[in-house]
Design a protein around this ligand. Structure first.
Ligand SMILES: *Cc1c(COP(=O)(O)O)cnc(C)c1O
Length: 222
Protein backbone atom coordinates (compact mmCIF):
# COMPACT_ATOMS: atom_id res chain seq x y z
CA UNK A 1 0.00 0.00 0.00
CA UNK A 2 1.26 3.47 -0.79
CA UNK A 3 1.32 6.37 1.63
CA UNK A 4 -1.39 8.05 -0.42
CA UNK A 5 -3.74 5.06 -0.22
CA UNK A 6 -3.02 4.61 3.46
CA UNK A 7 -3.96 8.22 4.11
CA UNK A 8 -7.12 7.95 2.02
CA UNK A 9 -8.31 4.94 3.97
CA UNK A 10 -7.45 6.47 7.37
CA UNK A 11 -9.15 9.74 6.41
CA UNK A 12 -12.46 7.92 5.90
CA UNK A 13 -12.49 7.19 9.66
CA UNK A 14 -11.57 10.66 10.90
CA UNK A 15 -14.45 13.05 11.56
CA UNK A 16 -14.10 16.75 10.85
CA UNK A 17 -13.52 17.84 14.44
CA UNK A 18 -10.50 15.53 14.81
CA UNK A 19 -7.09 16.49 13.42
CA UNK A 20 -4.64 13.96 12.04
CA UNK A 21 -0.99 14.24 13.06
CA UNK A 22 1.05 12.22 10.55
CA UNK A 23 3.85 10.79 12.67
CA UNK A 24 6.78 10.92 10.28
CA UNK A 25 9.61 10.14 12.71
CA UNK A 26 12.42 8.06 11.18
CA UNK A 27 10.86 8.46 7.73
CA UNK A 28 12.62 10.37 4.94
CA UNK A 29 11.53 13.66 3.42
CA UNK A 30 10.20 11.88 0.32
CA UNK A 31 7.62 10.09 2.46
CA UNK A 32 6.52 13.36 4.03
CA UNK A 33 6.33 14.94 0.58
CA UNK A 34 3.97 12.18 -0.55
CA UNK A 35 1.71 12.74 2.45
CA UNK A 36 1.93 16.49 1.86
CA UNK A 37 0.87 16.00 -1.76
CA UNK A 38 -2.24 14.18 -0.58
CA UNK A 39 -3.14 17.22 1.50
CA UNK A 40 -1.64 16.53 4.93
CA UNK A 41 -0.14 19.51 6.75
CA UNK A 42 0.46 18.32 10.32
CA UNK A 43 3.50 16.16 10.96
CA UNK A 44 4.80 14.76 14.23
CA UNK A 45 8.43 14.12 15.11
CA UNK A 46 10.09 12.77 18.25
CA UNK A 47 13.74 13.82 17.86
CA UNK A 48 14.81 17.45 17.93
CA UNK A 49 17.63 17.16 15.45
CA UNK A 50 15.53 15.23 12.95
CA UNK A 51 12.67 17.69 13.34
CA UNK A 52 14.95 20.71 12.75
CA UNK A 53 16.44 19.13 9.63
CA UNK A 54 13.03 18.41 8.18
CA UNK A 55 11.74 21.87 9.07
CA UNK A 56 14.65 23.42 7.15
CA UNK A 57 14.11 21.43 3.99
CA UNK A 58 10.36 20.89 3.70
CA UNK A 59 7.53 23.33 2.83
CA UNK A 60 7.03 26.13 5.32
CA UNK A 61 3.27 25.69 5.62
CA UNK A 62 3.75 22.40 7.45
CA UNK A 63 2.63 22.50 11.05
CA UNK A 64 5.24 20.61 13.09
CA UNK A 65 4.24 18.85 16.28
CA UNK A 66 6.83 17.55 18.71
CA UNK A 67 5.60 14.27 20.18
CA UNK A 68 8.72 12.87 21.85
CA UNK A 69 10.43 13.22 25.18
CA UNK A 70 11.93 16.72 25.15
CA UNK A 71 15.29 17.39 26.79
CA UNK A 72 15.68 20.83 28.35
CA UNK A 73 18.88 21.70 26.51
CA UNK A 74 17.17 21.19 23.13
CA UNK A 75 14.03 23.25 23.69
CA UNK A 76 15.60 26.36 22.15
CA UNK A 77 16.01 24.70 18.76
CA UNK A 78 12.32 23.99 18.22
CA UNK A 79 10.79 27.07 19.88
CA UNK A 80 11.15 29.21 16.72
CA UNK A 81 8.78 27.10 14.65
CA UNK A 82 7.04 24.31 16.58
CA UNK A 83 3.20 24.43 16.49
CA UNK A 84 2.51 22.16 19.44
CA UNK A 85 4.56 20.22 21.98
CA UNK A 86 2.54 17.15 22.98
CA UNK A 87 4.57 15.55 25.74
CA UNK A 88 5.14 18.08 28.52
CA UNK A 89 5.51 15.69 31.40
CA UNK A 90 6.71 17.85 34.28
CA UNK A 91 6.21 21.31 35.68
CA UNK A 92 9.94 21.87 35.39
CA UNK A 93 9.87 21.20 31.65
CA UNK A 94 6.95 23.62 31.28
CA UNK A 95 8.95 26.35 33.05
CA UNK A 96 11.95 25.67 30.83
CA UNK A 97 9.87 25.89 27.67
CA UNK A 98 8.46 29.14 29.02
CA UNK A 99 11.94 30.52 29.63
CA UNK A 100 13.15 29.76 26.11
CA UNK A 101 9.93 31.03 24.58
CA UNK A 102 10.26 34.28 26.50
CA UNK A 103 13.85 34.71 25.30
CA UNK A 104 12.71 34.25 21.72
CA UNK A 105 9.55 36.36 22.05
CA UNK A 106 7.22 33.43 21.37
CA UNK A 107 4.22 31.77 22.93
CA UNK A 108 4.54 28.01 22.65
CA UNK A 109 1.49 25.74 22.60
CA UNK A 110 1.83 22.74 24.90
CA UNK A 111 -0.12 19.67 25.97
CA UNK A 112 0.43 18.15 29.39
CA UNK A 113 1.15 14.45 29.16
CA UNK A 114 -0.74 12.20 31.53
CA UNK A 115 0.35 8.71 32.45
CA UNK A 116 -2.70 6.53 31.84
CA UNK A 117 -1.05 3.28 30.76
CA UNK A 118 -0.54 0.32 32.99
CA UNK A 119 3.20 0.39 32.20
CA UNK A 120 6.22 1.79 34.00
CA UNK A 121 7.90 3.08 30.88
CA UNK A 122 5.52 5.79 29.71
CA UNK A 123 6.22 9.34 30.76
CA UNK A 124 3.71 11.75 32.18
CA UNK A 125 1.98 13.26 35.18
CA UNK A 126 -0.23 10.92 37.18
CA UNK A 127 -3.80 12.28 37.30
CA UNK A 128 -3.32 13.27 40.96
CA UNK A 129 -0.01 14.99 40.25
CA UNK A 130 -1.57 16.92 37.40
CA UNK A 131 -4.44 18.19 39.55
CA UNK A 132 -2.06 19.07 42.37
CA UNK A 133 0.24 20.95 40.00
CA UNK A 134 -2.57 22.97 38.47
CA UNK A 135 -4.07 23.70 41.89
CA UNK A 136 -0.94 25.71 42.75
CA UNK A 137 -0.93 29.23 41.32
CA UNK A 138 2.63 28.94 39.97
CA UNK A 139 1.89 27.95 36.38
CA UNK A 140 -0.36 30.96 35.83
CA UNK A 141 2.62 33.31 35.67
CA UNK A 142 4.12 31.40 32.75
CA UNK A 143 3.10 33.83 30.05
CA UNK A 144 5.02 32.29 27.17
CA UNK A 145 3.41 28.87 27.22
CA UNK A 146 -0.19 28.17 26.29
CA UNK A 147 -1.57 24.99 27.79
CA UNK A 148 -3.90 23.71 25.06
CA UNK A 149 -4.97 20.39 26.53
CA UNK A 150 -3.83 16.91 27.52
CA UNK A 151 -2.03 14.03 25.83
CA UNK A 152 -1.81 10.36 26.74
CA UNK A 153 -0.80 6.94 25.49
CA UNK A 154 -2.73 3.79 26.27
CA UNK A 155 -1.10 0.55 27.33
CA UNK A 156 0.46 -1.49 24.53
CA UNK A 157 -1.98 -4.41 24.66
CA UNK A 158 -4.49 -6.34 22.57
CA UNK A 159 -7.10 -5.81 25.25
CA UNK A 160 -9.39 -3.28 23.56
CA UNK A 161 -11.50 -2.77 26.67
CA UNK A 162 -8.44 -1.83 28.69
CA UNK A 163 -7.41 0.69 26.05
CA UNK A 164 -10.92 2.11 25.98
CA UNK A 165 -11.07 2.45 29.75
CA UNK A 166 -7.72 4.27 29.80
CA UNK A 167 -8.96 6.72 27.17
CA UNK A 168 -12.15 7.23 29.20
CA UNK A 169 -10.05 8.08 32.25
CA UNK A 170 -8.11 10.66 30.24
CA UNK A 171 -11.27 12.18 28.77
CA UNK A 172 -12.84 12.48 32.24
CA UNK A 173 -9.67 14.10 33.54
CA UNK A 174 -9.62 16.47 30.57
CA UNK A 175 -13.18 17.63 31.34
CA UNK A 176 -12.35 18.09 35.02
CA UNK A 177 -9.18 20.07 34.31
CA UNK A 178 -11.04 22.19 31.78
CA UNK A 179 -13.83 23.09 34.17
CA UNK A 180 -11.64 23.48 37.29
CA UNK A 181 -8.74 25.44 35.78
CA UNK A 182 -9.51 26.64 32.25
CA UNK A 183 -13.19 27.57 32.32
CA UNK A 184 -12.40 31.17 31.42
CA UNK A 185 -10.03 30.28 28.56
CA UNK A 186 -10.83 29.29 24.96
CA UNK A 187 -7.50 27.64 24.44
CA UNK A 188 -7.87 24.42 26.43
CA UNK A 189 -9.47 22.34 23.69
CA UNK A 190 -7.15 19.53 22.64
CA UNK A 191 -7.14 15.92 23.73
CA UNK A 192 -4.30 14.10 22.00
CA UNK A 193 -4.88 10.38 22.16
CA UNK A 194 -4.84 7.50 19.69
CA UNK A 195 -2.09 5.96 17.52
CA UNK A 196 -2.14 3.52 14.59
CA UNK A 197 -3.55 0.62 16.58
CA UNK A 198 -6.07 2.47 18.71
CA UNK A 199 -7.07 5.73 17.07
CA UNK A 200 -10.59 4.52 16.24
CA UNK A 201 -11.25 3.82 19.92
CA UNK A 202 -9.63 7.14 20.86
CA UNK A 203 -11.93 9.04 18.50
CA UNK A 204 -14.97 7.30 19.99
CA UNK A 205 -13.74 8.36 23.42
CA UNK A 206 -13.29 12.02 22.57
CA UNK A 207 -9.86 12.49 20.99
CA UNK A 208 -9.33 15.71 19.02
CA UNK A 209 -5.81 14.90 17.76
CA UNK A 210 -4.75 11.44 16.64
CA UNK A 211 -1.07 10.66 16.14
CA UNK A 212 -0.74 8.07 13.41
CA UNK A 213 2.62 6.82 12.17
CA UNK A 214 3.05 3.25 10.97
CA UNK A 215 -0.43 2.95 9.43
CA UNK A 216 0.53 5.79 7.11
CA UNK A 217 4.25 5.33 6.51
CA UNK A 218 4.69 1.61 7.13
CA UNK A 219 6.48 -0.02 10.01
CA UNK A 220 9.63 1.67 11.27
CA UNK A 221 12.96 -0.10 11.63
CA UNK A 222 13.82 0.59 15.22
C1 LIG B 1 5.67 6.93 17.44
C2 LIG B 1 4.55 7.60 18.16
C3 LIG B 1 3.25 7.61 17.61
C4 LIG B 1 2.87 6.88 16.35
O1 LIG B 1 2.82 5.51 16.58
P1 LIG B 1 2.25 4.48 15.49
O2 LIG B 1 1.89 3.29 16.30
O3 LIG B 1 3.32 4.25 14.52
O4 LIG B 1 1.04 5.12 14.88
C5 LIG B 1 2.28 8.31 18.30
N1 LIG B 1 2.54 8.97 19.44
C6 LIG B 1 3.76 8.98 19.99
C7 LIG B 1 3.98 9.73 21.26
C8 LIG B 1 4.80 8.29 19.38
O5 LIG B 1 6.01 8.31 19.94
Amino acid sequence: MSITTNIQSIRTHIPGHVRLVCVSKFNPNESIEEAYASGERIFGESKVQELCGKYETLPKDISWHFIGHLQSNKIKFIVPFVSLIHGVDSYKLLTEINKQAEKQGKIVNCLLQVHIANEETKFGFSPDELLATLALPDWKILENVQICGLMGMATFTDNREQIRSEFKILKTLFEKVKSDFFSSSDSFTELSMGMSDDFLIAIEEGSTLVRVGSSIFGSRNY
